[in-house]
Design a protein around this ligand. Structure first.
Ligand code: TYD
Length: 222
């Protein structure tokens, strides 16, 4: 039986990585094999592209080229890690995926959305997420949390954008959640971490019924 594909999306400082990890722990306790991963990156080839993108080295090439690089990284990640894992019956929990390209490059970055959809069709094809959590916090609060987490180290390519960019991201994710209510679950991530995690788990139980998945005891990590 094919594994399930769950993605976490949202702006900066919304707690995606924390909640992806917490969900991984809960699923493993159910006897489900879980592959935790992230984008951009998640496979050796894609991690190289992650560095090029987040260091800002690709910025002078323009938004279209950055969108193509995100897609190329995703192609490698899908081919070498995500699809093989799903085929083995492993559940894949991914911190960001194609919705981030739609919103960061498309909505906030002004790359033509038809071009982004076309690339998504080619690269992602049928490997669409079964369930996507969109973690929502006000843009200003998200930036504050991201600043706090970073401490002394500098902002990356996208964290360094102005508040208006982050407001556009938030609106973009809210619109996505409204347009695809079957797949995308909007989560108020200003609530305490335990409450958010509980809400995510209840939705996974309801939507994906992990209790019916075959039990697999071998564990995988990133
Ligand atoms: P990351 O350090 O993983 O941060 P975060 O905790 O915010 O997810 O950085 C990923 C950055 O890359 C983030 O700013 C969003 C951006 N991004 C895009 O612009 N397009 C994409 O398709 C993806 C996957 C990420």
């Amino acid at each position: 039986m094919r594994g399930r594909f769950i993605t976490f999306e949202g702006g900066e400082g919304t707690g995606k990585s924390t909640h992806a990890a917490m969900l991984g722990v809960r699923l493993r306790a159910f006897g489900i094999r879980v592959q935790l991963t992230r984008e951009p990156g998640g496979s050796p080839g894609a991690e190289i592209m992650r560095y090029i993108l987040l260091s800002g080295a690709a910025r002078p090439l323009g938004g279209d080229a950055e969108a193509v690089l995100f897609a190329a990284a995703r192609d490698d990640h899908l081919t070498t890690l995500i699809r093989p894992a799903l085929e083995r019956g492993t559940w894949v929990v991914c911190d960001r995926f194609a919705d981030s390209t739609r919103i960061y490059q498309g909505v906030a970055g002004n790359v033509d959305s038809m071009a982004i959809r076309a690339m998504e069709r080619i690269i992602v094809g049928d490997t669409k997420p079964d369930l996507t959590f969109i973690l929502d916090v006000p843009a200003k609060e998200g930036m504050r949390r991201a600043d706090q987490r970073r401490g002394e180290s500098g902002a990356d390519r996208f964290e360094g954008e102005a508040l208006a960019f982050h407001e556009r991201l938030r609106d973009g994710f809210l619109t996505l959640a409204a347009n695809e209510p079957n797949r995308c679950m909007l989560i108020d991530a200003t609530s305490p971490k335990e409450k958010v995690s509980e809400q995510i788990w209840r939705l996974v139980l309801k939507k994906l019924e992990p209790a019916t998945a075959p039990i697999q005891f071998e564990e995988e990590t990133v």
